[in-house]
Design a protein around this ligand. Structure first.
Ligand SMILES: [Zn+2]
Length: 127
């Protein structure tokens, strides 16, 4: 039995996309993510959305948080409101976005004129 809605059998598909208690979360992110049609096969839906070049990571963050929420409810007795879960997903999306920005800064092309001056070898003085 689903720990979240307590109306039907708990399956991975139910937890990640069919549970009525998480429908609002998917509605909230639907426009941003362009999540594909709910009627297609679950495995296809999961792979297609995860592989999306622009929104795959955000989709994965949502699924991971739904799974994490399920485990916290089942094992720790915690519960989250829909708004709380949306807030948590947004926080993880922001953390990922910031990490990506920082990684891009690290990988930015180096100013060769400046770096060659800073790291150039100079022979020691004679003597
Ligand atoms: Zn449910």
């Amino acid at each position: 039995m689903c720990k979240h809605c307590r109306t039907t059998e708990e399956t991975t598909e139910h937890i990640l996309r069919k549970c009525g208690k998480t429908a609002g979360l998917w509605r909230h992110f639907r426009n941003k993510l362009k999540v594909d049609d709910n009627r297609i096969n679950f495995q296809t839906w999961l792979i297609k959305n995860m592989m999306d070049q622009h929104t795959g990571v955000d989709f994965g963050i949502i699924c991971w948080n739904l799974w994490k929420q399920r485990n916290e409810e089942a094992m720790d007795g915690k519960s989250y409101s829909e708004a709380g879960l949306i807030q948590r997903v947004n926080a993880w999306i922001n953390i990922y976005s910031q990490a990506l920005i920082n990684a891009q800064k690290c990988l930015a092309p180096v100013d060769k004129t400046k770096s060659s001056l800073e790291i150039a070898w100079k022979p020691p003085r004679e003597g």
